[in-house]
Design a protein around this ligand. Structure first.
Ligand code: RUQ
Ligand code: CUA
Length: 631
């Protein structure tokens, strides 16, 4: 690989053709690519590649690894993949890459009745009432730096929210609309024991954003938010300079790291990429807690906000709250190594990653002295995962590769050395995140890695101008044989980050435990209709193949509340309650109770029916709602 090599060694036609059409690729030597004025535009350029192993070599190696999971057998791991602006989380079995379930989070979803019953609809309304969200970073709760199977958390990059998914039921059970954040981007747990879930605010806005300082960008700021995982309350926030991006927590309860672009405080693309360096911010969490305790905050948007800007008096002295480290241009991903020694930030607009020595950070006077390695990895490094054997794996967005490198070798080597690189593999195409099995814990499994590629181009049957994305499974368990590409998996827009959890660490319930639900279950003896002042309160059951009533008569204009319990005890026997023309659609898993309220505003006959094919008499599982005319 030479510095000025701009030819594409790969034979992939689509990628080559795209590169040739991109004037940037034709003009600029690769190595200097990011120093060019239009540098950020390069991220929209498509795959090019300078590979150490050719794709043919990778393709032949793929046959050696067995990633098949025969019919009826289970996968080894659960993969939690975000669904981007679909607003959901998806559960994959790994290594089969079969999609097992989708969990609606910020989106209304009819197949799970999510956002239709009173409880989930109320939760979405209380969290701002937005109709969509953008999930990026699913992180699973940990105890003692290992997955504890309680919750998964995920951010809403669009509307500044954080959601919690209960992993007993695999459903969203809490959402908080984070004050002072327009776009909560990074999300992760404070380790070792998930004391907080951190939400990293991306966009700088006036604080508070109430109409003041509209066109005074110098005064805009962003915050990180510390959220209590049990209550989902925002405990405190820290205000900083510059945009923020991704985040990751150290493993021992002291540091939290956030990358950021736009240290320039600009509001245009060119302004945001002017400077050659930007910051990684290291938040000293116990020091921040002390400041909050001592009342050294301002209450904004109902939460204590501590001033962590560079000029803040709280950042003077030897225990500053936030340490600003200069790293190469617009760092994007940051992740802490499994042993907790280093935080690694990816350059994005620079071919290097910065290796930050976490212990040194608390000791050095100049935080920049804690940057102990800066290997040159390739074009567009975005995110880094780990195998637990001392290797880091970083996605190269522009090169369309995953690069494997040696972390300690990078600390030993000179800055910008390529020597720490062990191997590169082509991916198809333009990877964003990647994730290795249990990479976010202290003990990664070191066998499977998924590269979450933004573009699939020609890899699947064409389905029109909107192409699927491509999540590629790579075997990383054999250092001698090298990385092996095993599987392509088309994905609906848009998986960002993922977490991979061994199946032994989760214990999902197969039916509901009524004690866990807020609503009291309706038993066969509780079936009942109450009427009072234009309100009708119905309690009923569902089971194969009937509801608790054959018909219910109400008056036009009545407000009707129906509470239903699926009284089946057999796993996997779902019913639902759909009422045409009243937008009613709730799902009922075995032993689940849900409630729905609507106004019967049109006189007529409406069939209330079950939408899950529950039995041979499923189509007959229906009752009538009779709405009498008011006059
Ligand atoms: S980001 S493709 Cu939202 Cu994690 Cu980097
Ligand atoms: Cu119950 Cu179909």
């Amino acid at each position: 690989m030479t510095d000025t090599d701009i030819t594409d060694e790969r034979t992939d036609d689509a990628s080559t053709a795209a590169d040739e059409r991109d004037p940037l690729f034709a003009r600029i030597p690769r190595r200097d690519f990011m120093k060019a004025g239009a540098a950020t535009g390069a991220l929209t350029g498509l795959a090019g590649c300078t590979s150490l192993l050719s794709s043919e070599e990778n393709a032949t190696a793929a046959a050696d690894v067995d990633a098949s999971v025969p019919p009826g057998e289970h996968d080894e791991y659960y993969g939690f993949l975000s669904g981007g602006h679909s607003g959901e989380i998806r559960i994959y079995g790994i290594p089969s890459m079969r999609q097992l379930m989708r969990i609606p989070v910020f989106n209304r979803e009819s197949a799970r009745g999510y956002g239709f019953d009173d409880e989930t609809r109320g939760m979405l309304e209380d969290a701002g009432g937005y109709t969509w969200g953008d999930t990026h970073h699913p992180r699973v709760s940990q105890t003692d730096n290992d997955y504890d199977g309680r919750w998964a958390f995920v951010n809403d990059k669009a509307n500044g929210r954080m959601a919690r998914i209960d992993l007993k039921y695999f459903e969203t059970d809490a959402i908080v609309d984070v004050p002072n954040q327009q776009g909560t981007h990074g999300a992760c747990c404070m380790l070792p024991d998930t004391k907080y879930v951190f939400g990293v605010g991306e966009f700088r806005v006036p604080m508070p954003n109430d109409g003041r300082d509209l066109d005074d960008p110098e005064k805009y700021t962003s915050t990180i938010a510390a959220i209590d995982p049990e209550t989902m309350n925002v405990e405190w926030e820290v205000l900083v300079d510059g945009n923020m991006d991704n985040g990751d927590g150290g493993k021992n309860g002291r540091w939290f790291f956030a990358t950021g672009y736009n240290s320039e405080s600009a509001v245009t693309e060119s302004g945001m990429s002017e400077s050659d360096t930007d910051w990684v911010k290291a938040f000293d969490v116990p020091a921040i807690e002390e400041a909050v305790e001592a009342g050294e905050y301002e209450e904004i948007g109902g939460v204590p906000v501590v001033d962590g800007t560079r000029d803040s008096s709280l950042n003077e002295g030897d225990r500053s709250l936030v340490r600003y480290l200069d790293v190469s241009k617009s760092p994007h991903g940051v992740s802490v190594t499994p042993d907790g020694k280093y935080a690694i930030a990816s350059g994005k607009l620079d071919p290097t990653c910065s290796v930050i020595d976490i212990e040194a950070l608390g000791e050095v006077d100049d935080p920049n002295e804690a940057v102990v390695g800066r290997p040159s990895l390739g074009m567009g490094p975005l995110h880094t995962a780990y195998d637990g054997r001392g290797h880091a794996y970083t996605t190269l967005f522009i090169d369309s590769q995953v690069v494997k490198w040696d972390i300690e070798a990078a600390v030993e080597a000179d800055a910008e050395s390529e020597d720490p690189v062990v191997e590169k593999i082509d991916v198809h195409y333009n990877p964003g995140h990647l994730i290795a099995a249990e990479s976010y814990t202290a003990e990664p499994a070191g066998d499977w890695l998924i590269s979450l590629n933004k573009l699939s181009k020609d890899r699947f049957l064409p389905v029109g101008p909107v192409h699927p994305e491509n999540d590629q499974l790579i075997y990383i368990g054999d250092d001698d044989a090298g990385m092996e590409l095993v599987k392509d998996t088309p994905a609906y827009a848009e998986p960002h980050d993922a977490s991979i959890v061994h199946k032994s660490k989760l214990e999902p319930a197969s039916t509901y435990d009524p004690a866990d639900l807020e609503l009291d279950p309706v038993g066969v003896d509780d079936v009942d209709i109450q009427r009072e002042d234009g309100r009708v309160d119905v309690k009923m059951t569902s089971q194969r193949n009937q509801f608790g009533f054959e018909d219910i008569t109400v008056r036009e204009g009545d407000e009707v509340t129906i509470t239903v319990t699926n009284i089946e005890t057999t796993a996997d026997l779902l019913h639902s309650l759909a009422i045409p023309e009243h937008d009613v659609n709730i799902k009922l898993a075995p032993q689940e109770t849900r409630k729905v309220t609507f106004t019967a505003d049109e006189p007529g006959v409406y069939w209330m029916y079950c939408a899950f094919f529950c039995s041979a008499l499923h189509l007959e599982m229906r009752s009538r709602l009779l709405v009498e005319p008011a006059e």
